[in-house]
Design a protein around this ligand. Structure first.
Ligand SMILES: *[C@@H]1O[C@H](CO)[C@@H](O)[C@H](O)[C@H]1NC(C)=O
Ligand SMILES: *[C@@H]1O[C@H](CO)[C@@H](O)[C@H](O)[C@H]1NC(C)=O
Ligand SMILES: *[C@@H]1O[C@H](CO)[C@@H](O)[C@H](O)[C@H]1NC(C)=O
Ligand SMILES: *[C@@H]1O[C@H](CO)[C@@H](O)[C@H](O)[C@H]1NC(C)=O
Ligand SMILES: *[C@@H]1O[C@H](CO)[C@@H](O)[C@H](O)[C@H]1NC(C)=O
Ligand SMILES: *[C@@H]1O[C@H](CO)[C@@H](O)[C@H](O)[C@H]1NC(C)=O
Ligand SMILES: *[C@@H]1O[C@H](CO)[C@@H](O)[C@H](O)[C@H]1NC(C)=O
Ligand SMILES: *[C@@H]1O[C@H](CO)[C@@H](O)[C@H](O)[C@H]1NC(C)=O
Ligand SMILES: *[C@@H]1O[C@H](CO)[C@@H](O)[C@H](O)[C@H]1NC(C)=O
Ligand SMILES: *[C@@H]1O[C@H](CO)[C@@H](O)[C@H](O)[C@H]1NC(C)=O
Length: 244
């Protein structure tokens, strides 16, 4: 009798869990307006896209993501405001990983199922080198989505983001964007790997035009320096000669 009850309880839990938990970690915003633009890229928000400099407001073929850290408040971390756009009959996804060789990559999916917008959170297992999407309930709020033909556009906020378990503040993540051609999320194919970026620095993926640093060692950057010095010397000599 007792054993039967326990079995029944376990069975109920298994069947209820997906329905009960399914969306309670997600909060949708009723606003139908979804602004995914380049406005503020590099100054207010960090933007990643392919092809380079693609403008999602003008070009439906862009795969674009914008990330903006807001409301940093210890010990809860920061809010991350995200905008995503891509051309897909399935989904576009953002991946964030502290370390792509261990732990998990957080995955945020904006998708369409025959023009119906949907949002999911999940993760991939980095230590297993796996790209398989595993559902994982992470709190996400202010979700707005728009599907127009094959264009999926969405905005959302990830609260309480904190990459550090030791430092007072750390917003450094590896950033990935993916596209999937079906509403069924199987393996996540990250076609854009933006590298390790400080999400709090909107310009962290914009190459600086300052002198190459010593860490570049014998790379092309360092090789440029002798020419620059020669050029500068040349200008100085010319200027000096003109004065004589
Ligand atoms: C969304 O719309 C529904 C019904 O129109 C309303 O009851 C609800 O409060 C709205 N939610 C938000 C967050 O505005
Ligand atoms: C979208 O952008 C327009 C124009 O910049 C602005 O008026 C509107 O408030 C924005 N909507 C949202 C939901 O941010
Ligand atoms: C849109 O992007 C595609 C590449 O994905 C490019 O070939 C095309 O020229 C772009 N169109 C405009 C209007 O920028
Ligand atoms: C969107 O993707 C579909 C399917 O891959 C392709 O046929 C279409 O040309 C793409 N549209 C744009 C604007 O890139
Ligand atoms: C941190 O989060 C907890 C639990 O959600 C909340 O009660 C608290 O007010 C938050 N603190 C700050 C400073 O936002
Ligand atoms: C991030 O986490 C660390 C360690 O738990 C904590 O000391 C720090 O206050 C957190 N930072 C923010 C901005 O919440
Ligand atoms: C992730 O991969 C590691 C290494 O293969 C494994 O030990 C762990 O159980 C996996 N985690 C999940 C949730 O599957
Ligand atoms: C994961 O893949 C990388 C590169 O393909 C490889 O170097 C590494 O050994 C793999 N790790 C595991 C745990 O399979
Ligand atoms: C949907 O796309 C079409 C063609 O690109 C455009 O004319 C229309 O304004 C778009 N609708 C919305 C709601 O964005
Ligand atoms: C897509 O929508 C159909 C009809 O509502 C549903 O049967 C199907 O399970 C959905 N597919 C996914 C992957 O959510």
């Amino acid at each position: 009798m007792e054993r039967g009850l326990i079995l029944l309880a376990v069975t109920l839990m298994v069947f209820l869990a997906p329905g009960v938990h399914g969306t309670s970690h997600l909060t949708f915003d009723n606003t139908t307006e979804v602004n995914v633009t380049r406005a503020g890229c590099g100054t207010k928000k960090l933007c990643v896209e392919t092809p380079d400099d693609c403008d999602p407001a003008k070009n439906n073929s862009c795969l674009f993501g914008s990330l903006q850290i807001m409301n940093t408040m210890a010990p809860n971390g920061s809010d991350l405001a995200v905008g995503l756009q891509g051309n897909s009959s399935g989904y576009v996804a953002l991946g964030l990983a502290k370390d792509p060789s261990q732990g998990y990559t957080m995955v945020f999916v904006c998708g369409q199922n025959n023009s119906m917008f949907f949002f999911r959170t999940g993760q991939t297992n980095n230590s297993a080198n796996s790209t398989a999407f595993m559902a994982n309930e992470r709190r996400v709020k202010d979700i707005r989505g728009l599907v127009n033909g094959s264009v999926i556009r969405c905005e959302f906020t990830v609260p309480s983001l904190n990459a550090s378990s030791t430092k007072s503040v750390d917003h450094t993540f590896y950033v990935f964007l993916a596209i999937g051609d079906s509403a069924t999320i199987g393996n996540i194919n990250f076609i854009l790997k933006a590298g390790r970026l400080n999400l709090a620095d909107p310009a962290s993926n914009i190459p600086t035009t300052t002198a190459p640093t010593t860490t570049q060692g014998m790379s092309g950057g360092a090789a440029f320096q002798p020419h620059a010095v020669l050029l500068l010397l040349g200008i100085l000599i010319c200027t000096a000669m003109q004065r004589v």
